[in-house]
Design a protein around this ligand. Structure first.
Ligand code: GLY
Length: 348
């Protein structure tokens, strides 16, 4: 497995570098480009992209519905058909420009169209910059359950341009901060609980997270071992996200993971000896950002059912990533239904 190619810089120089790389690719062989994006990005980011990356001036645009709605087999089917109509061939390149949902769906389309074609990720949200656009996990949802169908397919390039964050709503930035916090906890980053209070400039943190994730993915691209640590907070988080969506409420992926990390930290103190101070610091950090959800026993039973559908479930056992210490994750820890009930009830 080669190292992932990631361009990361600011003031639009990442886009200029992308342009040069595409010119080189095209010099070898003429390629058709298909830009997959959603309605939000069409308005804000796309003009900037096309203005700065001349190689994409003849690209075809395919618009996806915004958010999780695009991670749907019917949408994928429509895009596959559009690619056929436009004569996309095996040398064609899909350019995913948007947040995590666009990267996940576009990556899945690229992985499956004609048994797999190349793609490039241009993340425009903080969440996608530090997580979804790196590492080649592609997926769509099945009914209400997240990421049930997908495969590993690395992008040929990820172009991270933090300038896109300038037009991002505060809510979206906040959502991305939870994925950053995940990496800070996994690596025992100094003063992790004060990071977003002191400054709101993300560039350094983006580089820190990207470099860490790149190294983890290089060591374990198909999530057989250490890559599982990146799912910290996600066994609870995905179940909460799916449950809230099924109830018709909106919760961002980041927020759900933020709550999931609280539960995982509590379980870590109970099961593997994480110091209690970490739980209180994290809880204070989280409560400064949002209210903790209140779930009844009935809600919890539903959340448990979603947890069983998690990809880490093995032999019908729900498994979580826990922290022995800050910076020392342990993977595949079985968690019983009673422990889940106790965790959620005690942390609200
Ligand atoms: N989002 C976790 C991973 O890419 O492994």
């Amino acid at each position: 497995m080669t190292n992932q190619k990631i361009i990361i810089s600011n003031r639009l120089s990442a886009l200029k570098t992308l342009d040069r790389r595409l010119k080189k690719l095209n010099a070898e062989r003429k390629r058709k480009y298909f830009i997959l994006t959603d309605e939000n990005v069409l308005e804000h980011g796309l003009p900037t992209l096309v203005y700065n990356v001349q190689e994409l001036e003849n690209a075809e645009f395919l618009e996806l519905p915004a958010g999780e709605a695009c991670k749907d087999i019917e949408i994928v089917n429509e895009v596959w058909k559009s690619l056929v109509v436009s004569n996309a061939d095996r040398d064609s390149i899909i350019v995913n420009m948007g947040g995590g949902c666009v990267c996940d769906t576009g990556g899945f389309i690229a992985a499956t169209y004609k048994r797999g074609i190349s793609y490039i990720n241009i993340p425009t949200t903080l969440t996608a910059m530090v997580d979804a656009a790196i590492g080649g996990k592609t997926a769509i949802n099945l009914d209400n359950t997240k990421n049930q169908v997908g495969c590993f397919h690395l992008p040929i390039l990820t172009c991270i341009e933090p300038a896109f964050l300038e037009s991002l709503p505060n809510k979206e930035l906040r959502s991305g901060e939870y994925e950053i916090m995940k990496i800070l906890l996994l690596t025992n980053y100094e003063n992790w609980n004060k990071v977003f209070i002191k400054e709101r400039s993300y560039n350094e943190l983006i580089s820190y997270c990207v470099n860490f994730k790149r190294a983890v993915v290089k060591a374990d691209p198909h999530e057989q071992s250490i890559r599982k640590m990146l799912n910290f907070g996600h066994t609870f988080g995905h179940a909460i996200e799916s449950y809230e969506t099924a109830c018709g409420r909106t919760i961002s992926h980041g927020e759900a993971v933020g709550i999931g990390m609280l539960y995982a930290i509590y379980l870590s103190t109970k099961k593997v000896g994480l110091e209690k101070e970490c739980l209180s610091l994290y809880k204070t950090w989280l409560k400064n950002r949002r209210n903790l959800p209140k779930y009844s026993l009935k809600d919890i039973e539903e959340i448990i059912q979603y947890m069983y559908r998690d990809k880490k479930t093995h032999d019908s056992e729900i498994r979580c990533v826990l922290l022995k210490k800050l910076g020392v994750p342990i993977i595949d820890i079985p968690v019983s239904e009673n422990e889940i009930r106790d965790t959620i009830l005690s942390q609200q």
